[in-house]
Design a protein around this ligand. Structure first.
Ligand SMILES: *Cc1c(COP(=O)(O)O)cnc(C)c1O
Length: 364
């Protein structure tokens, strides 16, 4: 079978290793596996949301409300925008796919930082578009403007805070990039971890409404991180109505499930859960910073729910990741991003204890 030529250049997305794999390969009991690899919420599923999912189980034979009226209304009120400014996807990942399909072809290019969310590249390559990266992993305004002027990309991705590095771009810098760009280039501001950044430092807080004055900007958010619903696959894009209208043409009907809609609606009303998640995170990430300082490991100051440890010649991230895996601790090796680094999702106190224990053994 001859496939589309664009497929030749696409690398499969490397998902965090599942707990089941570690159980199978290393014979570790599932309850002893510590997964700190996919930036999932360590608190677990919000019990109120779990109950809602159960309550809605008997509606599984019905197609969901394709207008997503209730969830859009809840998001509109949360962000002080209108329902027509919102598109909902099976994860914000799917909104990225709609964007790519709506705007790119084999004559386009897209611009992103050197190390950023892998799906931008994959969706762009599916459309045959060319990938342009700035020299730094951090989003430096001058680098973005220079690359923009040279390549005239159709889409610019600003991931703030950035995955997998954890650093953030200030609202002021994001606006500087937006101001430097023509109306025919779309700027995607991916705020998958925005709740954590906003809680840490005001200058990094970007609300969808801050960007709504621009026709060529879309803000992406997700229920997968601070809201703890990664398994429900719900994310959203917020932008001007005409842009949202165009993206809707790329959306298949019933793209999110009845249970996911109900879960996200319930989650959106429970601000206390998000606050609990952030409080645990802020307390626990301090331990990772202290541990790094104590052992002379460099790390990137994090505005997300994970931390990135950087290794110099002394350690090899692939060896460390494999050694941890054998102990039942799953973290993310960043070697495939060209970094000798690991990304660790901040877990519960107990999960973090386990990480520190085995990590110390491995370093020794
Ligand atoms: C997790 C993540 C997303 C989206 O996740 P979904 O589960 O698809 O909503 C988007 N962007 C970044 C940078 C992420 O880390």
């Amino acid at each position: 079978m001859k496939f589309n030529k664009v497929l030749e250049d696409i690398q499969l997305y490397e998902a965090g290793k599942p707990i089941e794999l570690v159980v199978r390969e290393f014979g570790i009991a599932p309850e002893d596996v510590v997964k700190l690899a996919s930036n999932e919420n360590p608190i677990g599923t919000n019990p109120i949301v779990a109950e809602t999912i159960m309550r809605n189980a008997t509606r599984a034979h019905l197609y969901p409300d394709d207008s997503m009226f209730e969830l859009k209304a809840a998001l509109a009120s949360l962000y002080d925008v209108e329902a027509e400014n919102i598109i909902i996807g099976a994860g914000s990942d799917q909104v990225l796919e709609f964007i790519s399909h709506a705007l790119l072809n084999e004559t386009s290019s897209v611009l992103m930082s050197r190390v950023t969310f892998a799906m931008y590249e994959i969706y762009a390559k599916q459309m045959g578009a060319k990938i342009v990266r700035t020299p730094s992993y951090a989003h430096r305004v001058e680098e973005f403007i220079e690359a923009y002027e040279r390549h005239r990309p159709k889409i610019i991705y600003i991931c703030t805070p950035n995955n997998p590095t954890g650093d953030a771009t200030s609202k002021e810098d994001v606006l500087r990039i937006i101001e430097a760009v023509d109306a025919d280039t779309l700027i995607v501001v991916d705020g998958a971890y925005m709740e954590y950044a906003a809680a840490k430092e005001a200058k990094y807080a970007i609300a969808p409404k801050d960007l709504l004055g621009y026709d060529n900007v879309i803000y992406l958010g997700t229920f997968s991180k601070a809201y703890g619903l990664g398994g429900m696959r719900i994310g959203y894009g917020i932008a001007q109505k005409s842009l949202i209208g165009a993206l809707h043409k790329m959306r298949p009907p019933f793209n999110v499930t009845t249970l996911s809609l109900a879960a996200a609606l319930e989650a959106s009303k429970d601000r206390a859960f998000v606050e609990r998640s952030i409080a645990l995170h802020q307390e626990q990430i301090k331990r990772y910073e202290a541990f790094a300082n104590e052992h002379a490991i460099r790390y990137i100051d994090s505005y997300t729910n994970f931390i990135t440890y950087l290794f110099d010649g002394e350690f090899d991230s692939t060896q460390i990741a494999n050694a941890l895996l054998k102990k039942g601790v799953i973290i993310r090796n960043l070697a495939s991003y060209g970094m000798n680094a690991i990304r660790i999702t901040i877990g519960t106190a107990k999960q973090n204890d386990t990480f520190f224990k085995y990590f110390k053994e491995i370093m020794a």
